[in-house]
Design a protein around this ligand. Structure first.
Ligand code: SAM
Length: 240
């Protein structure tokens, strides 16, 4: 997969793309991330990328020409990329969208800044608009990092074992069960005995029950979407 990010502060992302799982995914050749500095696509001597809004009003707007050139550059050769503009007005990003995007071969993220970008770019060169939440960030860079991170970890082979994806929150709308590590006793707090028992089947059921209860308590809306199996129903009936 190729992920291109067009923004005016690429340094905000260079740490992110050279750390942890995102770095490893690139080293394994599973994903390639390219950062495009919008200023490199501005041809005037001051490298201007923004201008005042027509009609007046506060703030600056990212100009269309550098954005157009940068988008064109990302689309050179290869397949037609899916071009996504990060904006608080977009569809709310979710694990479902992360899964969909992780199947694409080439994604281009366009990050706004200041008061946003020229509407003509949105109207004619963007395929989808995505928001990472109902709040307003200073720029799209942080949003691009959030979305990129969530997508990359879903690419087959990126995480160490299939298990770590399978047991994760949001797979099948179920949140993850509680996790513990050594020591078994920390101050006065002990790890649930079942996890030390070595009874794999009992541990599996305990975890499933906890995951169901946590999801029901924390996100009843999400719990409603789960297709409960007979075993799930039995586990939930058991109040022990
Ligand atoms: C200060 S915001 C501009 C907000 C714009 N005036 C509006 O009301 O839609 C600057 C940029 O940050 C990014 N941004 C802000 N909030 C975001 C969010 N919740 N999700 C994704 N991107 C966001 C967008 O790229 C946006 O163009």
């Amino acid at each position: 997969m190729l992920i291109d990010i067009i923004c005016i502060f690429p340094d905000m992302l260079s740490g992110f793309i050279h750390q942890s799982i995102v770095k490893r995914a690139q080293e394994k050749g599973l994903v390639r991330i390219r950062l495009f500095n919008l200023r490199d696509f501005s041809f005037d001597k001051h490298k201007t990328v923004d201008d005042i809004p027509y009609g007046g009003g506060p703030g600056m707007i990212l100009k269309p020409e550098p954005l157009y050139r940068a988008i064109l550059q990302t689309s050179q050769g290869g397949l037609k990329p899916l071009k996504i503009f990060l904006t608080p007005q977009g569809n709310l990003f979710s694990q479902r969208l992360a899964r969909e995007f992780s199947k694409e071969q080439h994604l281009v993220f366009v990050c706004g800044h200041y008061e946003g970008i020229d509407q003509r770019i949105r109207d004619f060169f963007i395929d989808e608009e995505i928001s990472i939440g109902d709040y307003v960030l200073t720029g799209g860079e942080v949003a691009a990092a959030v979305v990129t991170d969530a997508i990359i970890r879903l690419i087959p082979g990126v995480l160490g074992s299939k298990e770590s994806l399978h047991c994760e929150s949001f797979s099948d709308y179920l949140f993850d069960y509680p996790q513990y590590t050594r020591p078994a006793a920390f101050k006065t707090m002990e790890v649930p005995k079942i996890l030390l028992s070595g009874h794999h089947e009992e541990i599996r059921k305990w975890r499933k029950k906890k995951a169901l209860l946590i999801t029901a308590k924390k996100r009843p809306d999400q719990f409603q979407k789960i297709n409960l199996t007979d075993e799930d129903t039995e586990l939930l009936k058991d109040t022990s």
